[in-house]
Design a binder for this molecule. Structure first.
Ligand code: ADP
Ligand code: MG
Length: 662
C-alpha cells in the first residue's frame, strides 16, 4: 500500500438475505482512493452506492472482504473502536441532512465532538468557527426546522468537518435541494477539496459527472467505470484549526447528564413529569407512612413513660357476689397492705411502691362547678411512682397516715374547678367530714386516649387522701379487698419480666391460688401494640414496593416508546461517532434521572405532608433518615433496573437501519 492511499477495499461483498432471496448489493469491489481525491460516485438507483458509502463510513460491515482506512483494517473492529474510527476519520453528509431538531445549529455542529470527549467549551468554540466558515454565523441559535434546505446542509457539512476527519462522505448531498442551492453546496465541497480534504460524493446529477478528480460508476454492485475527472488532485494537507484535544474515552460524565436531562427529558416535559409521578407517589407514600408509624410509636412510648417508668400494677379483680364469696372461701383475703409488704420483702429490684384504694363519697365544696372527683386513698411513693408532681403545698406524709389526718391533695383540673386562687387551706366536706386541702398537683398534659389498655386515668381529676384515713375513718367494707391496687416501680426495665413472674408466684400462694388479681405492665402492653403495628408496617412496605415497581414499569414503558420514536436520533448520534455504550448510557441516564428526581420530589412531598399532619395532630415529627436513604436507593435502583432494557434496545439499533428509519 503506498503512502498516499487513504482507503483500500479488497474483494468487498455485501449481501442482504431477504428470505429465500439474496440481494447482492455489493459484489466484489476492489478500490483504492488516495489522499486529496474528489471521487464522484455514480450509478442507477439500487446499484449499491449507499451501501458502499456505509461501509466506508464504518456504519456497516461487509459480508466478505476487507476495508482499510488509513492503513487500519476496520472490517473486523468491535463496535467501540469502529465508532471511534468513524468519529475521527469520516465526516458523513446525508441527503436528508439528519440534524437533531431539539438542538441548536451550534450544538448540532458540536455533536460529533461530544463523543470523542472534547470539553464543552472547546466544542462550542470550534463549532462556532466551522459555522462561520460555512456562512452560518448569524444562525447559531436557530433550530434546524427554522433553516432553509441549503442552510441545513451547510450545518451537516460543518458537523462533518468539526471532528477534523480525513474523508468527507456525502451521499447525494444535493438530492433534496433545488439546483441553485445544490450548486452552492457543491461550491462548498469544491472549496473543501481545494483546502486538502478527501471527498467521496454520491450523485445522480450528470452535471457533476466530470467535476471531481475521478468518476466511479457502479452497476449491480460492481464497478463498471473508473475514469479521471477534470479536477486536479489536491496536494494541500488539510490544515484547518488542528485536531481538537480528545480524551479518547468517549463522553464526559457531565455531558452524559446534560444530554440525558436536556436533550432527552426536558425535550418532552409532560411525558417526563407523568412518568415521574409514579415514582413520586411511591416514595412519598413509603416515607409518609413510615413517618406516621414511627411518630405514633414514639408518642405512645412517651405517654407510657409519662405514666411512670418501669411501672408494674397489681390490680384487685373487684369480684362481686358469688365469685367474691367463692374467692374468700377459697382462702384469699383479697388484695391487701400485707401483700404489699410481702412483695416489697421478697421481689428483688423494687425501687418504689405505693398502694391505692378508691372510695365513693359525697363531696361538698364552695365551688362554682360540681367537682365530681375520683377519690383515692393513697400510701407510699404515690407521686414518684406515677410520675406526678406537686404544683404547690405538700403531699400526704407519714404523719398524716399515722394520725388518720383528714387532709386532701387536689388534681390540677379539680383545683381549677374549685375556683380562682390557691386552694391550699380550703375545706371540703367528704362524706360529711371536713378535709383540709394541703396540696395541688401540677397539670399533667397527657393524652389519655389510646392508653385505656394500660388502665391509665386522668390524674387531673383525682382527689387524694391518706389511705390509712380512708381505711380507719370511713365505713367498713364487708368482704371487699382492703386495697384496689399496688403499684411497684422497678429499678430498670429489664427486671420487669422477672419481677412479674415473682409477683405472680408470691400472690398466687398468698391468695390461696385464687386468681382475684391482675398484673398490668404498661410497657408490655406498649410492646404488644407495637408488635401489632409491625404487621401494618410490613403491609405498608409491600404496598409501597408494588407502587415503586408500577412506577418502574411506567418508566420502562415510556422509555421503550421513546426509543422507538427516537430511532432516527440514535442513528444520527451513531453516525457522528457515538458508541453503543454511549447510547446505552444516555438512555439509562434518562431513566435514572427520572427515578432519582421522582424520589427526591417524593421525599420533599412526604416531609411537607408529614410536617403538616404532625403539627395538626400533635404527633412528634419523626422522619427517618434511613427511610430517606432507602427510598433514594430504591428509586435509583428502579430507574436502573427498568431503564436497562429500553436502553439496551436503543444501543442495539444498527446505525444504518436507524438512519433509514422514517
Ligand atoms: P443505491 O444507494 O445505489 O440506490 P443501495 O446501496 O441503497 O443503492 O442498495 C443496493 C441494493 O441493496 C438495493 O437493491 C437495495 O434494495 C438493497 N438493500 C440495501 N439495503 C438493504 C437492506 N437493509 N436490506 C435488504 N436490501 C437492502
Ligand atoms: Mg442511495
Amino acid at each position: 500500500m503506498t503512502d498516499g492511499v487513504l482507503i483500500s477495499m479488497r474483494g468487498i461483498q455485501r449481501f442482504y438475505r431477504m428470505g429465500e432471496h439474496v440481494v447482492r448489493a455489493l459484489d466484489g469491489i476492489d478500490l483504492e482512493i488516495g489522499r486529496g481525491e474528489f471521487v464522484v460516485l455514480m450509478g442507477s438507483s439500487g446499484s449499491g452506492k449507499s451501501t458502499l458509502m456505509h461501509l466506508l463510513g464504518c456504519l456497516d460491515a461487509p459480508s466478505a472482504g476487507r476495508v482499510f482506512l488509513g492503513g487500519e483494517d476496520v472490517a473486523g473492529l468491535p463496535d467501540g473502536r469502529l465508532s471511534q474510527v468513524r468519529g475521527r476519520r469520516v465526516g458523513l453528509v446525508f441527503q436528508q441532512f439528519n440534524l437533531l431538531n431539539d438542538l441548536s445549529v451550534l450544538e448540532n455542529i458540536a455533536l460529533g465532538m461530544l463523543y470523542s470527549g472534547v470539553h464543552r467549551g472547546t466544542r462550542l468554540e470550534r463549532a462556532r468557527l466551522y459555522a462561520e466558515r460555512l456562512g452560518l454565523g448569524d444562525r447559531l441559535t436557530h433550530r434546524p426546522s427554522q433553516l432553509s434546505g441549503g442552510q441545513a446542509q451547510r450545518v451537516a457539512i460543518a458537523r462533518a468537518l468539526a471532528n477534523e476527519p480525513d474523508i468527507i462522505l456525502a451521499d447525494e448531498p444535493t438530492g433534496n435541494l433545488d439546483s441553485r442551492t445544490g450548486a452552492e453546496i457543491m461550491e462548498v465541497l469544491y472549496d473543501l477539496h481545494r483546502r486538502g480534504y478527501t471527498i467521496i460524493m454520491v450523485t445522480h446529477d450528470p452535471r457533476y459527472a466530470r467535476e471531481g478528480t475521478r468518476r466511479i460508476v457502479l452497476q449491480d454492485g460492481r464497478i463498471v467505470e473508473d475514469a479521471p475527472g477534470r479536477r486536479p488532485v489536491s496536494v494541500v494537507d488539510a490544515a484547518l484549526p488542528g485536531h481538537p484535544e480528545r480524551r479518547g474515552r468517549g463522553m464526559r460524565p457531565w455531558d452524559l447528564l446534560r444530554v440525558g436531562i436536556r436533550e432527552g427529558l426536558l425535550a418532552h416535559k409532560m411525558r417526563t413529569a407523568l412518568t415521574m409521578l409514579g415514582i413520586i407517589i411511591a416514595v412519598a407514600g413509603v416515607i409518609a407512612m413510615s413517618s406516621f408509624s414511627l411518630g405514633s410509636k414514639r408518642k405512645q412510648a412517651d405517654q407510657i413513660r409519662a405514666l411512670g417508668a418501669n411501672l408494674m400494677r397489681v390490680v384487685d379483680a373487684r369480684l362481686e357476689g358469688e365469685k367474691l364469696s367463692a374467692a374468700r372461701v377459697g382462702g384469699s383475703p383479697g388484695l391487701s397492705l400485707a401483700d404489699l409488704e410481702l412483695l416489697r420483702r421478697d421481689v428483688p429490684g423494687i425501687a418504689r411502691s405505693a398502694a391505692a384504694r378508691e372510695i365513693r363519697l359525697n363531696v361538698v365544696a364552695e365551688s362554682a362547678r360540681p367537682l365530681a372527683p375520683r377519690i383515692l386513698g393513697v400510701q407510699g411513693d404515690y407521686l414518684e411512682v406515677n410520675n406526678l408532681a406537686l404544683a404547690e403545698g405538700r403531699f400526704i406524709d407519714a404523719w398524716d397516715q399515722e394520725g388518720n389526718a383528714r387532709v386532701a391533695v387536689l388534681g390540677h383540673a379539680l383545683a381549677e374547678r374549685l375556683g380562682t386562687g390557691s386552694p391550699i387551706g380550703h375545706e371540703l366536706i367528704l362524706g360529711g367530714n371536713p378535709y383540709r386541702v394541703i396540696g395541688r398537683l401540677a397539670n399533667r398534659n397527657l393524652d389519655i386516649q389510646g392508653l385505656e389498655a394500660t388502665g391509665a386515668t386522668d390524674a387531673n381529676y383525682d382527689l387524694l387522701i391518706p389511705l390509712r384515713t380512708l381505711l380507719n375513718r370511713t365505713r367498713v367494707f364487708d368482704m371487699r379487698s382492703q386495697i384496689d391496687e399496688i403499684q411497684l416501680q422497678l429499678e430498670d426495665e429489664d427486671t420487669l419480666m422477672a419481677a412479674g413472674v415473682a409477683v405472680r408466684r408470691l400472690l398466687h400462694v398468698a391468695h390461696g391460688g385464687q386468681e382475684d388479681f391482675q398484673l398490668v405492665v404498661p410497657l408490655d402492653l406498649l410492646k404488644q401494640k407495637q408488635q401489632a403495628q409491625k404487621l401494618l408496617d410490613v403491609l405498608t412496605f409491600c404496598v409501597s414496593s408494588v407502587a415503586l415497581v408500577v412506577g418502574g414499569i411506567g418508566i420502562m414503558n415510556i422509555m421503550l416508546a421513546s426509543v422507538r420514536e427516537r430511532i432516527r436520533e440514535i442513528g444520527i448520534r451513531r453516525a457522528v461517532g457515538a458508541t453503543r455504550r454511549d447510547i446505552l448510557l444516555q438512555f439509562l441516564t434518562e431513566a435514572i434521572v427520572i427515578a432519582v428526581t421522582g424520589g427526591v420530589v417524593g421525599i420533599a412531598l412526604a416531609v411537607a405532608v408529614v410536617a403538616g399532619t404532625c403539627l395538626a395532630f400533635e404527633l412528634p415529627i419523626v422522619v427517618s433518615p434511613v427511610m430517606i436513604l432507602v427510598s433514594v436507593l430504591a428509586s435509583t435502583a428502579t430507574g436502573l433496573l427498568f431503564g436497562l432494557y429500553p436502553a439496551a434496545q436503543a444501543a442495539a439499533e444498527r446505525p444504518v437501519e436507524a438512519l433509514r428509519y422514517e
